[in-house]
Design a protein around this ligand. Structure first.
Ligand code: NAD
Length: 406
């Protein structure tokens, strides 16, 4: 597995080869401000003790408080969290929201925990970090395997420790405890708005064949949104398996099947196949919505999609980027394509601070206007600089961060 932080740094070097920046600025942005790691003693239901490694990386706060999700995953490590925190700094700048970048995690498979163990772990994560997070310091959010319920436990724990019950310390909460309308679907919704803003430039029709890797928060909602807009979802996968149907999958039925069986595997409305083959299905649009390092030098030649839209963070390596760019396959980069999540998270934070509650229509109208403006700016700049969309997005972000630093 390639080191995601090294890949992120290579992306930075490649973007700054297209447009020069002050070298001391680039040097500084290459290092996180702070890396925190430690161990949580988790008392299991059977009385045994498990020491769980946890992380918070505060990458950069020149544009605002550190902001970024928390990942609970058995393979999460400090290098992954550092990469994700760096991308958050750039993403918040691309989204033009007043936030810096951070990320957190814990190395554990939460699917193996009981509900009481998961609550304990979530509260202990917040207790361990309560000193360094806060509405004006660092505002976490959900990521892989962390849910609104987990955000609610963490928000409650922070309130007990500090007395601040505004909820503004963490976003992605349930509506009942200060969550925002639209946050649950915001990542996919933002990706869809970006796709709509750029679709005709890529020669795509309004009835595309779409393939989605990952069927969690980002992937499931993407399937529903693209389907609703008239496209066909011809294949999806999760960590266990993949399923395809050239006539289009019935997404409502597939969601039901996943809910009862725990996987997309053996869905009656399609053909089950190896999850590792999913990326190579013929389609107009491929949406990676799972983990990093999926499209790489060793498998990129087999990609048949006309366009790639990254809802996952870091799914394409720099080598694969080059191959796709040379083939004329646009890759809409993560720091633009999935920035709807952090944008609506920031709206949630703002509503908590002001004591307001905005309607879903207001949230999505603000999101659409903002994200489509950034998408078009990145697209036009890529054309002018004769570069790919990732380098263009990096350049836009770096310019904004450099201005803030000055
Ligand atoms: P999630 O935990 O809700 O879902 C992850 C999904 O990926 C699950 O269906 C899981 O089975 C699947 N998966 C895991 N490994 C896989 C593999 N090897 N092949 C196929 N599927 C696999 O997580 P999520 O919140 O949907 O996050 C997915 C991606 O989107 C991550 O990269 C995350 O950082 C990114 N992202 C999420 C948000 C958000 O708001 N949730 C925002 C921005 C970016």
């Amino acid at each position: 597995m390639q080191n995601p932080f090294e890949n992120a740094m290579r992306q930075l070097t490649r973007a700054t080869a297209v447009k020069q920046f002050d070298s001391t600025f680039i040097e500084q942005i290459s290092y996180p401000h702070r890396e925190i790691r430690g161990h949580i003693p988790l008392r299991k239901d059977d009385g045994s003790l498990q020491m769980v490694e946890f992380y918070r990386v505060q990458h950069n706060n020149w544009r605002g408080p550190y902001k970024g999700g928390i990942r609970f995953h058995q393979d999460t490590d400090i290098e992954e969290v550092k990469a994700l925190a760096f991308w958050m700094t750039l993403k918040c700048a691309v989204a033009n929201i007043p936030m810096g970048g951070g990320k957190g995690g814990a190395t554990i498979n939460p699917k193996e925990l009981s509900i009481t163990e998961l609550e304990q772990l979530s509260r202990a994560w917040m207790r361990a970090l309560a000193d360094v997070v806060g509405p004006q310091k660092d505002v976490p959010a959900p990521d892989v395997n962390t849910t609104p319920q987990i955000m609610a436990w963490m928000s409650d724990e922070y309130g007990k420790i500090t007395g601040d019950r505004s909820g503004a310390v963490i976003t992605g909460k349930p509506l009942e405890v200060g969550g925002s309308e639209g946050r649950g679907t915001a990542t996919a919704q933002g990706g869809f708005y970006v796709f709509e803003a750029l679709r005709l430039n890529f020669g795509l029709s309004d009835s595309c064949k779409v393939v989605i890797q990952g069927f969690g928060n980002a992937g499931e909602h993407a399937a529903e949104l693209w389907l609703k807009a008239g496209h066909k979802i011809v294949a999806v996968s999760d960590s266990k398996s993949a399923v395809r149907n050239q006539n289009g999958l019935d997404i409502a039925a597939l969601l039901e099947h996943k809910k009862t069986s725990g996987s997309v595997r053996d869905f009656a409305g399609g053909e089950t196949f190896e999850g590792s083959e999913l990326l190579f299905e013929p389609c107009d649009l491929l949406i990676p919505a799972a983990l990093e390092n999926q499209i790489r030098e060793d498998n990129v030649a087999r990609i048949q999609a006309k366009v790639v839209l990254e809802l996952a963070n870091g799914p394409t390596t720099p080598e694969a980027d080059d191959v796709l760019f040379a083939k004329g396959v646009p890759v809409i980069p993560d720091i633009l394509a999935n920035s709807g999540g952090v944008t609506v998270s920031t709206y949630e934070w703002e509503q908590n601070i002001k004591g307001e509650h905005w309607s879903e229509a207001d949230v999505f109208m603000k999101l659409k206007t903002n994200i489509q403006e950034q998408a078009l700016q990145i697209f036009d700049q890529a054309k002018n600089l004769k570069t790919d969309l990732r380098r263009s997005a990096f350049i836009l972000a770096l310019e904004r961060i450099a201005k803030a630093q000055k």
